[in-house]
Design a protein around this ligand. Structure first.
Ligand code: UD2
Ligand code: MN
Length: 343
């Protein structure tokens, strides 16, 4: 599957490179700054994040009489040894994290968070992965002293999965609830294993999942933009959001990466040491067949991105539930012929 992804999307990328001559090569160099340039020096206690530019500082005033949290959380541990307790149930995870407010919201109790991040997870039939992700992600984010909420955007019905359309819906729904300064888009089966990988946005769109075990803890290809990415609402609007027409598996993340380039932005990345993830092994989902149209859409991305994206909200909310560890928003994303009741 990995080979299929890399080969099929790369093939398109090569085609596109030929079509748009060397500009594209220049793009790969400029935009996808190799992660090593963003080494994070943690030798000094209060290490700063080089390469992230001006990490957005909170505009939050000191409302509840609490001091602002430190620039660098003193709770960080660096690398995490990932373990999953046997017989873990969602109820046990809920009991473990009583400080998470219903709907999956958390704020530090002893200081005023500097950063406010919404985590948006596209989802269907991955309850086991979601449970494991929540088990690790809540303490991971709390150690970073963020004010955060977790939103699971669940596709209703059994028509082919459409990840990018769910993410568009997630942005609209999360932003209705709060003016989040940072939006993290997160595969449900990716567990971050270094808490120095701070879930805040930078001055350019961020690709956080740079070192996944499945790819040998390095980028599978320079233009790779999969797994976990982050945009400020402004950056998201600048690329006209995400494409709506990738039905099934493949290349929608490469399309999004191209949009960042077309919008003349760059991609920021953590170092390979910090941006490490473990992907929970999984087979192919039957409701997410390989998208046979993916290459055609990707080659057309340069003309298409301004026409197809957040400007076409193609979904309807079926239900919104504030569950103990996350807000579950079930949406109907229709089919390629339009919004019908979910099959
Ligand atoms: C890669 C990308 C992923 C996406 C996909 C192609 C990485 C780490 N991730 O993931 O971002 O571009 O290729 O589409 O390279 N999902 C469900 N239910 C389903 C199917 C998908 O919840 O039935 C969600 C879930 O959050 C999952 C994500 O969509 O993590 C991506 O799907 P995948 O994990 O099957 O794809 P994978 O691992 O090849
Ligand atoms: Mn996966």
């Amino acid at each position: 599957m990995v080979k299929l992804k890399v080969v099929s999307c790369l093939l398109v990328v090569v085609v596109y490179m030929v079509l748009s001559e060397l500009a594209f090569l220049d793009y790969l160099q400029k935009m996808f700054q190799s992660p090593k340039k963003y080494a994070v020096d943690i030798s000094r206690r209060n290490y700063m994040y080089e390469g992230y530019g001006d990490v957005h500082q909170t505009k939050g005033q000191n409302k509840e009489g609490l001091p602002l949290c430190p620039m660098t959380s003193p709770l960080l541990r660096g690398g995490i040894n990932l373990t999953f307790p046997s017989e873990l149930t969602l109820a046990k995870v809920e009991q473990k994290y009583p400080h998470v407010e219903h709907g999956g919201r958390y704020r530090p109790h002893d200081c005023q968070a500097r950063h406010h991040t919404a985590i948006i997870i596209p989802h269907r039939d991955r309850e086991h992965h979601l449970k494991l992700l929540l088990y690790h992600l809540h303490p991971f984010l709390q150690r970073q002293q963020l004010d955060y909420s977790i939103y699971v955007i669940h596709q209703a019905g059994n028509f082919t999965f459409n990840k990018a359309r769910l993410m568009n819906a997630g942005v609209r729904e999360a932003m209705q609830e709060r003016e989040w300064e940072c939006l993290f888009f997160h595969d449900v089966d990716l567990i971050p294993i270094d808490d120095r990988n701070i879930y805040v946005c930078g001055s350019n769109p961020k690709h956080a999942a740079v070192a996944i075990n499945k790819f040998g803890f390095k980028l599978p290809y320079d233009a790779y933009f999969g797994g976990v990415t982050a945009f400020t609402p402004q950056q998201y609007r600048t690329i006209n959001g995400f494409p709506n027409n990738y039905w099934g598996w493949g290349c929608e993340d490469d399309d999004i990466g191209l949009r960042v380039y077309m919008a003349k932005m760059r991609v920021q990345r953590p170092s390979l040491e910090v941006g490490r993830y473990k992907m929970i092994r999984h087979n192919h989902d039957k409701g997410n067949s390989v998208n046979r149209e993916r290459s055609k859409y990707l080659v057309n991305a340069p003309e298409n991105w301004k026409r197809d994206g957040l400007n076409k909200d193609m979904y309807e909310v079926i239900s919104r539930e504030r569950l103990p560890l996350y807000t579950n928003i079930t949406v109907n994303v229709g089919t390629p012929t339009g919004l019908h009741p979910p099959p």
